[in-house]
Design a protein around this ligand. Structure first.
Ligand code: HEC
Length: 198
């Protein structure tokens, strides 16, 4: 082989490998597929809305124990709103369904990794701990250690006398609940957003 031939074959090899590489990177498509991806994002996105399409409602922030206390002190209204003062000293209003019940039914609320109260205190009294159902209004008011679904139990709300109640005792005094809670849960529980300014 002459030097020129060597050079030529080297060039050919280079061209061949370059075209193979191109073919690998850009396979020829026999059929068009997919839809084109829009490259432009609409310039103005509508402001995010909270709730069912309504305007965003400013919420209050309050410690879970203070919120529970306000509801119990207001004599546990089921449908009517109740007043509370939030952590900024703001006069606010909340409701049982919107603000109180989630304190019992949400997991990860009292601390990260917390089981919800209702995972242990649920509707089926044969398996619910302390025969207490915290999953609905009637159950919460019916109390603990119930012998049958229609039976009343021990009032855990002390008829509205918050600091005398069993609920206050297990949350604030003995700090037993939520069961297995770590020592660093704040005395008044987590700060939650609830209700709305009055
Ligand atoms: C992992 C299961 C578990 C979770 C979660 C749990 N509890 Fe309990 N709870 C128990 C057990 C077990 C007892 C009974 C303790 C005893 O016999 O002294 C109990 C007892 C209670 C009692 C006392 C009832 C009585 O008459 O003695 C109250 C009130 C209570 N829990 C409220 C709550 C609340 C509120 C939460 C959530 C913040 C919660 N619990 C989360 C298991 C649980």
């Amino acid at each position: 082989m002459t030097f020129a031939m060597k050079k030529l074959s080297a060039l050919l090899m280079l061209l061949l490998s370059a075209s193979l590489l191109l073919a690998a990177c850009y396979p020829t498509r026999t059929q068009p597929f997919g839809t084109p991806i829009p490259t432009l994002v609409p310039a103005t996105l509508p402001a995010p809305l909270i709730g069912a399409g309504g305007p965003a409602i400013p919420r209050c922030s309050v410690r879970a124990v203070d919120l529970l206390g306000a509801w119990v002190t207001a004599k546990m209204p089921e449908a009517d709103p109740f007043d509370f003062v939030d952590s900024q000293g703001q006069a606010c209003q909340g409701t049982f369904a919107g603000d109180v019940l989630p304190l019992f039914s949400k997991s990860n609320l009292w601390y990260s990794g917390a089981a919800s109260c209702t995972s242990c205190h649920h509707q089926d009294l044969t398996t619910a701990f302390a025969q207490l159902n915290l999953s609905d209004y009637v159950g919460i008011l019916a109390g603990s250690r119930r012998t049958a679904p229609e039976a009343a139990g021990n009032d855990i709300l002390a008829g509205g006398d918050w600091e005398k109640s069993k609920l206050y005792e297990v949350l604030v005094i003995t700090k037993l609940m939520p069961l297995n809670r770590p020592a660093d849960v704040p005395e008044k529980g987590p700060l939650v957003s609830a209700g709305a300014p009055k």
